[in-house]
Design a protein. Structure first.
Length: 232
């Protein structure tokens, strides 16, 4: 009697093929890249919101510092000085002689063109002072990661300022009826008909504080906040 032949089915193959392994690697790699990119986007967004909040705070510190100051010098005021030849020179705008620090500023127009920067004073009469400053005119110190105030000079107690931050101040005379229109510092209007005229010191002022931040690896500072208000 002839024997019946039995065909055995081949054993199931184990493991992955090269194509399957490559596809799995690609899928995992894309997922990791997407996750890293999402994390970086979150960090950038969080850093920007943190910088925007800090910048707005620093701008409002200048506003609080100048809140009770008159528009122009309380002693000399703002006026046009005639030279006798039909020409006149504006007097009283900007920092007066002897006003060498923010604590000497006694009116709003003293702040025109002034900056308070972590670079510190330049040594020139260019309106650059140590900063950034708070509402009391004091340099805001840098805080280390352990919560300690950073001291620049142990002997004098001079603090290290907030690194990277600068407050830039601009003061402008504006049209009384359209505060978006800037007029010259020496602008005035003569009397005409029922209009009594407008003296050089009777214009409202627009104050703008622009706060910039320059990161450790950045070449140029970046504007992170700008606050503007009108002083009638």
């Amino acid at each position: 009697m002839a024997k019946a032949s039995v065909r055995r089915s081949p054993k199931a193959r184990g493991g992955f093929t090269l194509i399957e392994a490559a596809l799995a690697t690609v899928i995992v790699g894309v997922g990791i890249v997407a996750m890293v990119d999402a994390q970086q986007a979150f960090i950038r967004s969080n850093m920007w919101s943190s910088h925007a909040a800090t910048g707005t705070f620093l701008a409002n510190e200048i506003r609080e510092l100048t809140r009770h100051l008159p528009k122009h010098d309380p002693v000399t005021g703002l006026y046009l000085e005639a030279d006798g030849n039909g020409n006149s020179t504006l007097r009283g705008w900007g920092r007066e002689n002897g006003e060498v620090s923010v604590l000497d500023f006694d009116d709003l127009d003293d702040f025109d063109g002034v900056s308070f920067s972590f670079f510190g004073p330049s040594g020139l009469d260019d309106g650059q002072y140590a900063g950034p400053i708070n509402a009391f005119g004091e340099v805001i110190p840098n805080i280390s990661i352990d919560g300690e105030v950073a001291i620049r000079d142990e002997q004098t107690g001079v603090v290290e300022p907030m690194i990277g931050w600068t407050q830039n101040v601009l003061v402008q005379k504006v049209d009384p009826f359209n505060t978006s229109v800037v007029v010259a510092n020496g602008a005035w209007e003569p009397a005409l008909g029922n209009f009594a005229g407008r003296a050089v010191h009777e214009y409202p002022l627009r104050v703008t504080v622009e706060v910039t931040y320059q990161g450790p690896m950045a070449i140029n500072p970046e504007v992170v906040a700008r606050v503007t208000w009108i002083v009638p």
